[in-house]
Design a protein around this ligand. Sequence first.
Ligand code: 26V
Length: 831
Amino acid sequence: KENKRMFSKRFEKAAFKTAVKENVKTLYRKTIDEATPQQLFQAVSYAVKDVIIDDWIETQKRYDETDAKTVYYMSMEFLMGRALGNNLINMTAYKDVKEALEEMNIDLNVIEDEEPDAALGNGGLGRLAACFLDSLATLNYPAYGCGIRYRYGMFKQKIENGYQVEVPDNWLKEGNPFEIRREEYAKEVRFGGNIRFEKDPVTGKDKFIQENYESVMAVPYDMPVVGYGNHVVNTLRVWDAKPITDFKLDEFDRGNYHKAVEQENLAKLIVDVLYPNDNHYSGKELRLKQQYFFISASLQALIAKYKKKHGDIRKLYEKVVIQMNDTHPTVAVPELMRLLIDVEGLSWDEAWEVTSKTCAYTNHTIMAEALEKWPIDLFSKLLPRIYQIVQEIDRRFVIQVRETYPGNEEKVRKMAILMDGQVRMANMAIIAGFSVNGVAKLHTEILEKQELKDFYQMMPEKFNNKTNGITQRRFLAHGNPLLADWITSKIGDGWITDLSQISKLKPLVEDEEARREFMEIKYQNKVRLAKYIKEHNGIDVDPRSIFDIQVKRLHEYKRQLLNILHIMYLYNQIKEHPEMSFYPRTFIFGAKAAAGYLRAKETIKLINSVADVVNNDRSINGKLKVVFIEDYRVSNAEILFAAADVSEQISTASKEASGTGNMKFMLNGAPTLGTMDGANVEIVQEVGEENAFIFGLSSQEVINYENNGGYNPVDIYFNDWEIKRVVDQLMDGTYSNGDHNMYINLYNSLLNTQCTDRADTYFILKDFRSYADAQKRVEEAYRDQQKWSKMAMLNTACSGKFTSDRTIEEYVRDIWHLEKVEVPSGQDLFD
Ligand code: 26V
């Protein structure tokens, strides 16, 4: 009660300060002055958690009373970032807490920096899941996130001698103050063995008994997801694994020591580490184990919860909807079938009706190398009963295809789940799900017209688009407090939960004073980033220069190589024409490369080498600076977006399903320099082409080239000497202290036909001139500060569409059909 009071309606500063002091005392036997920053972080977090718990209990009670339909967002990844600051923002207590701590001589920002990022994700897909949870809670929708509690999240990136070095991310080392272990909800998950078939003598029904299996216990940890200012607290449930041996001493007693050890190892291994591969599938058995592990546990838990209130499991879909975040959780389809048939006793047809009315699938990429296709022998050995069910789903579907397209075996080849010794997970998701969605308008169109054409023709009613979004609570209210306060002073704070209101800034674009203020805030944010860069890189950058930023995972299709080649080209020009007028620029990169991705790692080395040469060349008078931000992650992303002048979104058209960084830059007032790809298309539609810098091949042009065997980059190389020069500089030692082999893989990727794939698969040289022109337009636009400030402000003012609140409302309207549940505030505690 005491704790609730301190955050209710009026923040009780004294109560809060006492709570922090008490926590430092009971946790560490220390006074505030003696405590380390980490200890203060823990103490503050526990004080905050205490308050969250009351709302959490209340929320779950309300969900129970109203018996509201719930979405289960199944995802291998939740890239949550830090919790403390975000929770305070959403509790509308950030400023009060900051002030209270200041009075105790504690800097909240310093405390926040003590929290490790919860980096349980790779990139866009995982961060999207985190934004969705924030929006679901803020919009009063009952929701669970279901995932894995990896002991090690996304690796920490160190740069040594210009190269990426991966360091394990031991994020739980100091303990996670916000999580709660829920031992009582543990579930057993079984792997391998064989299936014995029996007829039940009484019912005459088929029974499938799994024997000689290995198993683990899945133990859930719950993390609170705080809605903004509405007292809703939803749950992110992540599963840990523990060995089951203590329950099965009989095995142990029988001397099966080996098996006991095996199960212990399995438990340790299964949740050990996040696969740090973005957009690249490799058929690793452990990955499939992870998938089945968290899916089986989540489904068992969800069914148990449903059955506590409802008698008829055949109506599950009335209260539960399962959203599968890419194909990674699609084993949910056969696992739900198994639970319904083998455990709940439903017939196949009954189980299929429930499953296909409950499951929906989101596609996040058309990159062929990301498609999950499990070898049948691996799949059937690990999940024997699941495999039988997949076979039956496939058998029935193939009959349907043959009925629909008599004599057209090509259709069967393309659409069946089982083909060429593989289990094709996307096909299963589409066949079983009632909804298939892409993540941006262009992406969904490409799915319908190209990648999933056959499915679209057969079942068009399943297909729909849900353009991605981002949460303005984290990426503006928390990440850019100066701009957030300024916006609130101009249009009120309605934008925090209704971003469409940000369009009220539009008239202010014509107000010179407003523009000056807007640019002053941008400048302050650039100063903040310059300070970060000085601290972390030791590089001086001028906050008056143009901050041009590309931060995202490193991948060839995202074309960081195009960006750095262009910087090399600019450098050549400055050297050659020192008299040429050139607006000072700071190019900033942040990117992690998958550990085994050679070209990606070479690109990081190249960026760092170019940075070394350019930053230390006195002769160019600091006109050009290049910075590689080490360990790009959610927490430093917030600083980067706030400080950007230019947002680099330069993927090969058709390859980036949506992008979400593009939206974060736009919200913070950075115009897009980009291709007509993913959600860039919709960004341009909202802000107007004149307020973006668009270049390059269209997606249709790219697709046409691809259908005709590509294009020949060698022609460009020989016909454009400036392009030739930068490409040659990859090999001539300019950026490698004379080493002619350092960038050979990059060089070959652009030109060499010796490569297994086509030369310049991602049209870097093809788009180079067009990109350089667009960069020229950026420079010209920036010189005119009046014009630029209008452009920047308009980007913020037109970003309303790209809130994940809008995305979630569309999911609710078209797919999930949830109802809002109000949670009473703690005001009754005031009397
Ligand atoms: C795939 C795989 C394959 C197996 C190994 C581990 C792993 C991890 C992640 C992925 C996901 C690839 C798909 C993906 O991340 N797509 C991104 O989704 C974003 C959110 O919808 C979207 O904005 C990006 O454009 C899209 O690339």
